[in-house]
Design a binder for this molecule. Structure first.
Ligand code: ADP
Ligand code: MG
Length: 800
């Protein structure tokens, strides 16, 4: 089919663009969620039946094991992949607009000027090699920093500003402080304590005393630093043996005032480029190109938010006179980029809003009857979410809602009520979970609720591990409309699965799926309403970026507040921990013992898991009924173990991280996390969410003797904080945004240059509001072009 082929080619072109991005990102395998290999596996599966099947197979074969390679090796793979794509002509990248509207044939997004053709003078879009002070050598170095055009250079904002403005008298210098001094070079000594070490000791005098600047192995400085010259120095002061020293200080001629005596921008660097080099490049080109920096935001927006004129902001973010100036410039440029990004979000939202939707309604009595049949009262947060979802479903456009709530906040029942509403209007619903265990558990819990409440909902479970015959039977029931709610895994989106009338798709743990799977499920019906659920606590700014086009309901209230005491215990005291565990197990409680396992190889992991299990059953937990759960077990086996735990046939479960997601055994109340320093903070918190689920008093021991400050901070935060969102924010502070829950995979750590995803929530909200207003008034506003230019495919990658 021609149409299908065109669609598949488009996928390959998209792949091409992703490869370009990956190269630009130095082959770190983080530009696609889940990694390149997984993307190609998916592509292979999805294209297997078509004409491009063999090619997709070959692409996948080349990319196998990609994640394990070093960046240079990955680069080779990319080149090979590119060759294959070139072979079918899937190279003319097209400009990505929003996810749905892809304009064909608009040319490369990063055009290489044809050789000989010079870009017109003063063009900010020109390659950076046309910038003043940049030759081929520097061009390469700048590329490593992601700087390709002159505009990129001007947009390369300092990470922070260092205040070197205070000039101190030498006599008043205190040990440990950082300061600028100015003085006359009195003497220069060369000392050679060892053959491979040359120390240059420069005596600098001002009217109050003498300080020594010390440089190591920089023989060329001897020519530059001569007695009688006046210089300025900036560095950390050491007072030892009555001498004042500055080791490897920044220095310059006393009247230069460029690197000292003022506020100095600090840029992220790469080897071969220094701070002064970048500062000079940026200063000179800023001066040269300033006329090209035109106002971008609508005048009234700029005024409403008290932003600086754009050109002024560019100067002041790089070369501020005061911290206030810097902050104001940063705010201005952060607002600008958030605003542009949210234009994309607004367009996407507008597109979904414009779609025709089904009207799914239920009358009050029926709904209240359902809710009254629950074995518990809904929390206020759950009620609000139900009401929001109900209104969405009743509206004549498809719902696009994110239900966000910590583990245990009660998302399942909210989703179930949504399914009931769909059913009441004669539609089927589907609930997709990332693993069989989770699907199984939903089936179990929902089945139980439905039975007890006597709701007329026919529920089925469709997972890959069922015998083919059973699956076929289920598919028949689904197609005939004999099932009202189908719970399942990826098995739900297979081609053979056809719904009679799918009205609502719920996706649990959305971050484990991609946009593609969501779209596949969506296509199983007409104008399907979508509810995605996530327990990943991410700061709100990040939510507004990743999930910007969704409406959001938040469950910020736990039905049964957790009562978990968390202890951080040093390795040496492990015995004491197990003594407590034994006591609690003897009293009839249930425990998880968690080990971090790195998947170096399947076999190793299997062996390690089994070995731990045996050690525990022979040693500290002898006499108790232990189960083992690890990543190398088959789905069925895992399920059996979980069932045993739930049925109290086991006292404790020795497990690797796979219990992380959504497992619900309400009775478990003890957790021991071994080598806790190896887990991230968010992960630790998710793990802890497995215990005390019935609201009983529970205890969690994190066993760790961490070496790094970061790990110590993490464990202290884990011990002291229990709110998921606070934890997410702390995590962000400790690790930086790139590390947080796959943000780097979305490129979010580099998408924004001035905005700070942790601090800029207020700014983000305001920028978002303005962008939405702009698109509402004029969806073809010229700034849409600016948005595309600035973010391009980055935008797509940064979304769910
Ligand atoms: P989540 O999926 O958000 O992690 P679940 O939906 O699995 O949480 O709910 C966690 C537990 O809380 C389940 O055992 C569920 O039955 C129970 N629960 C949900 N809502 C309430 C409520 N309003 N009152 C008491 N228990 C509730
Ligand atoms: Mg859940």
């Amino acid at each position: 089919m021609k149409e299908q082929l065109a669609a598949e080619m488009e996928r390959l072109r998209r792949l091409w663009r992703i490869l370009q991005l990956e190269k630009r990102d130095h082959c770190q395998d983080r530009v696609v969620l889940g990694g390149l290999e997984r993307l190609l596996a998916r592509l292979r599966d999805e294209l297997s039946s078509g004409e491009l099947g063999p090619l997709a197979e070959e692409l996948f074969a080349k990319a196998e094991g990609y994640g394990q390679l070093t960046p240079p090796e990955r680069r080779k793979v990319i080149l090979e992949l590119e060759d294959l794509l070139r072979g079918v002509g899937a190279t003319t990248a097209v400009t990505v607009t929003t996810t749905a509207t892809v304009a064909a044939g608009a040319g490369e997004s990063q055009p290489q000027p044809p050789s000989g053709a010079f870009p017109k003078a003063g063009d900010l879009q020109a390659p950076v090699r046309y910038a003043k002070g940049v030759g081929t050598q520097r061009e390469k170095l700048l590329a490593k920093l992601g700087i390709r055009t002159i505009e990129d250079l001007l947009l390369y904002f300092p990470r922070r500003i260092e205040d070197r403005s205070r000039i101190k008298r030498i006599a008043s210098l205190r040990h440990g402080e950082r300061a600028t001094i100015r003085g006359l070079i009195r003497a220069v000594d060369v000392i050679r304590p060892r053959g491979d070490l040359e120390i240059l000791k420069v005596a600098v005098q001002d009217s109050t005393g003498i300080a020594y600047a010390v440089f190591f192995n920089q023989p060329w400085l001897r020519k530059q630093l001569r007695p009688g010259e006046r210089i300025a120095l900036w560095g950390e002061v050491e007072r030892t043996w009555g001498e004042i020293q500055l080791a490897s200080p920044v220095w310059e001629p006393a009247d230069e005032n460029f690197l000292t005596g003022r506020l100095v921008p600090i840029y992220p660097l790469t080897e071969g480029l220094t701070q002064p080099m970048l500062m000079r490049l940026i200063r000179e080109n800023l001066a040269l190109y300033q006329d090209q920096i035109e106002e971008l935001l609508p005048e009234e927006v700029r005024e409403r938010h008290g932003l600086l004129p754009r050109r002024e902001a560019f100067f002041k973010i790089h070369f501020p006179q005061s911290m206030e100036e810097f902050e104001r410039a940063r705010t201005t440029l952060a607002f600008e980029e958030l605003f542009l990004f949210q234009i994309g979000v607004a367009l996407e939202r507008r597109r979904t809003r414009a779609q025709q939707g089904n009207i799914l309604e239920i009358d009050d009595d029926l709904l209240e009857g359902f809710i009254a049949g629950l074995p518990f009262e809904l929390t206020g947060a759950q009620r609000r979410a139900v009401e929001e979802i109900r209104q969405d479903l009743a509206a004549p456009r498809p719902m696009n809602r994110l239900l966000q709530g910590e583990v245990g906040s009660g998302k399942t029942v909210v989703a179930l009520i949504a399914c009931l509403i769909a059913h009441a209007s004669g539609y089927q619903a589907a609930l997709m979970a990332p693993t069989e265990i989770l699907a199984q558990q939903h089936y179990h819990v929902i089945g139980e609720l439905v039975r007890r409440a006597g709701w007329p909902l026919r529920v089925g479970l469709l997972i890959g591990s069922l015998p083919e015959r059973e699956k076929a039977a289920l598919r028949r029931l689904i197609a005939q409309g004999e099932l009202d709610l189908v719970i399942g895994t990826h098995a739900l989106i297979q081609d053979e699965v056809r719904f009679r009338r799918l009205g609502l798709a719920v996706i649990d743990e959305q971050h484990r799926f991609g946009v593609i799977q969501r779209a596949q499920l969506e296509r199983k019906g007409k104008n399907v309403d979508i509810l995605v659920m996530s327990a990943t606590p991410i700061p709100r700014t990040v939510t507004l970026t990743l999930y910007g086009q969704f409406d959001i309901s938040i469950l910020d209230e736990l039905p049964r507040p957790r009562r978990i005491k968390t202890y951080w215990v040093a390795e040496e005291r492990r015995e004491e921990v197990y003594a407590i565990v034994r006591k609690r197990l003897a009293a009839g409680e249930q425990a998880y013992i968690v080990y971090p396992l790195v998947e170096e190889s399947e076999e190793l992991e299997l062996r390690a898991a089994t070995q731990m299990f045996e050690e525990l059953s022979r040693g500290p937990l002898r006499g108790f009924r232990l189960g083992l759960l690890h990543g190398r077990m088959g789905e069925r086996e895992k399920r059996r173990v979980m069932e045993q735990l739930r049925a109290r046939e086991l006292d404790a479960l020795v497990a690797t991280t796979i219990i992380e997601v959504g497992i619900d055994v309400p009775d478990a109340s003890v957790m021991v996390i071994e080598h806790a320093e190896r887990f991230g903070l968010a992960q630790l918190h998710q793990l802890r969410g497995r215990i005390g689920r019935a609201g009983q008093e529970a205890v969690c021991f994190a066993i760790a003797s961490p070496k790094t400050e970061e790990a110590k901070r993490r464990l202290a935060a884990f011990r002291d904080l229990d709110d998921g969102f606070r934890i997410a924010e702390e995590d962000l502070l400790i690790r930086g945004p790139g590390e947080l829950m796959g943000l780097a995979q979305h490129g979010l750590d580099t998408t924004f240059k001035a905005a700070d995803l942790l601090r800029d929530l207020e700014l983000m909200k305001r920028a978002r509001e303005e962008a939405f207003r702009l698109i509402e008034e004029d969806p073809e506003h010229p700034l849409v072009g600016e948005f595309k230019r600035r973010f391009g495919e980055r935008f797509e990658l940064a979304r769910f």
